[in-house]
Design a protein around this ligand. Structure first.
Ligand code: ADP
Length: 328
């Protein structure tokens, strides 16, 4: 039976990602359009425990569509993993008669939402928000497109200086378990090589590739290093390569947290709006314990169970081979 949901709360949790604000705006306004009482929870699950739950109206989300980060803030909240913390969160929601919850975040956030939903019968919908694009059930996650563009912009700038000085740059990008960002940004920036968490790194092959480039008059080389690759960080790899290959002056750049920030791209604004709209629309229709995602340009629902347990991103070998071919 369709629940008569009246009060809906929205939170962002885990790592922030550009486009979260577009999603919050869409979720809040969709609820208000349907005459629901809408709430914003500050700092993810921590705000549920601390009762930091704020009534929102349509104007509470004015002028945020273009902003990076999340106006609701985010936090890693260990207390929510404990029974006591979850119980307090539930009581605080109950006191405000909140009967629907939209959680925007990654797999940790969904794990928490699933446990919470199962234990207390909360109606909950997840929105995939992470720059890593490593969740099952959505072709793209919120923030990924902006991160790709941010990284490319940074690499383009590094390429200018690398070219001018005949340098070899190792650029470390985010992706502890997934090489999706690294592989895509390697293609888009014309990197000479890319090191990924999913593949063993052969220093010998890397040096052969760099030597080939130098012998065919490449004036600079760029190697993208995914932070989760098995050989180590960009500094370790640069040091090992430098010992055996001295043709270029070798430099390292760790892009770090700048990859997470910035104004969301047009794509992420649209994706955030679609996912926020879909999350609240489906919650009102009676869906629960599901994630909204984009598959083949259509909004699809995936159970939280499947989103968490089906395998996530599978590295595309054909794209890796293409990167190798195009960088001769
Ligand atoms: P992400 O959502 O980006 O993967 P985290 O892994 O940090 O980020 O998870 C975000 C939050 O989700 C955690 O800080 C915690 O509050 C909650 N969470 C994660 N795992 C669990 C769990 N097993 N039970 C309850 N809550 C969890």
């Amino acid at each position: 039976m369709k629940p008569n949901i009246k009060n809906i709360a929205v939170l962002t949790s885990g790592g922030d990602a550009p486009g979260m604000n577009a999603c919050i705006r869409a979720a809040i306004r969709t609820g208000i359009y349907h005459q629901k009482n809408m709430f914003g929870v500050m700092q993810g699950y921590q705000g549920l425990i601390d009762n930091n739950i704020i009534p929102m109206d349509a104007r509470s989300v004015s002028n945020i569509l273009h902003l990076g980060g999340t106006i609701l803030k985010t936090a890693r909240c260990l207390a929510f993993k404990e029974d006591e913390g979850m119980e307090t969160a539930f009581r605080n929601m109950q006191a405000k008669s909140i009967d629907g919850l939209v959680v925007i975040g990654g797999d940790g956030t969904f794990t928490g939402a699933k446990r919470f939903g199962e234990k207390y019968g909360i109606n909950v919908i997840g929105v995939p928000g992470t720059i890593d694009n490593d969740l099952y059930g959505s072709d793209f996650t919120l923030g990924y497109d902006t991160a790709v563009n941010t990284i490319i912009e940074a690499i383009d700038k590094i390429r200018d200086t690398a070219n001018s000085h005949d340098r070899l740059f190792f650029i470390e990008v985010m992706g502890r378990d997934s090489g999706c960002l690294a592989l895509r940004t390697a293609i888009a920036s014309g990197a000479e090589a890319v090191l990924l968490p999913e593949k063993e790194t052969s220093l010998k092959d890397l040096i052969t590739k760099l030597k080939e480039g130098a012998s065919t008059k490449k004036s600079s080389s760029i190697v993208i290093v995914s932070e989760g690759n098995k050989y180590g960080g960009a500094y370790d790899i640069a040091k090992s390569v430098k010992r055996k290959f001295t043709h270029y002056d070798t430099k390292v750049t760790i892009l770090g947290h700048l990859q997470r920030g910035g104004s969301p791209s047009g794509y992420d604004r649209i994706l955030g709006s679609r996912l926020g709209f879909a999350a609240v629309s489906h919650l009102i229709k009676g869906e629960t314990m599901k994630m909204v995602g984009l598959r083949g340009n259509e909004i699809k629902l995936t159970s939280l169970e499947e989103a968490l347990h089906a395998h996530t991103y599978k590295l595309e070998d054909d794209l890796l081979e293409m990167t190798h071919v195009l960088s001769i």
